[in-house]
Design a protein around this ligand. Structure first.
Ligand SMILES: [Zn+2]
Length: 112
């Protein structure tokens, strides 16, 4: 890993996270997109199950809980080892560990 975050700023009432990287790149990510791409085992399984379901042709109406309707924000972002962050979201989800490499790859619009 060549790049490290040198600055983390909350934007837009905490709904966006801005990461300043050591190579000068400023990356802006919505908290929602971070939550949607949570790499923890629970979220990966949930996503896989949803893809299976939509592939079967049966369409189920989405259930949106009250917590999901609230504007999502980041509660805490703590280093997990030297190359990852543990993100805690306002919906209570706290098991996602995002490696720096993974975070770098989350930017929209850039190839790869
Ligand atoms: Zn998760």
């Amino acid at each position: 890993m060549d790049f490290v975050p040198i600055g983390l700023t909350k934007q837009n009432d905490g709904r966006e996270l801005e990461i300043s990287w050591s190579d000068g790149w400023v990356q802006s990510l919505t908290v929602r997109s971070l939550r949607d791409r949570c790499p923890c085992a629970t979220c990966r399984e949930k996503k896989a199950a949803e893809q299976k379901k939509s592939g079967s042709g049966i369409r189920l109406l989405q259930i949106v809980s009250e917590a999901e309707m609230q504007p999502l924000s980041l509660v805490r972002m703590t280093p997990a080892g030297n190359y990852a962050y543990n993100l805690v979201f306002s919906d209570g989800h706290n098991s996602g560990v995002y490696t720096l490499e993974y975070l770098r790859g989350l930017s929209a619009g850039v190839s790869g």
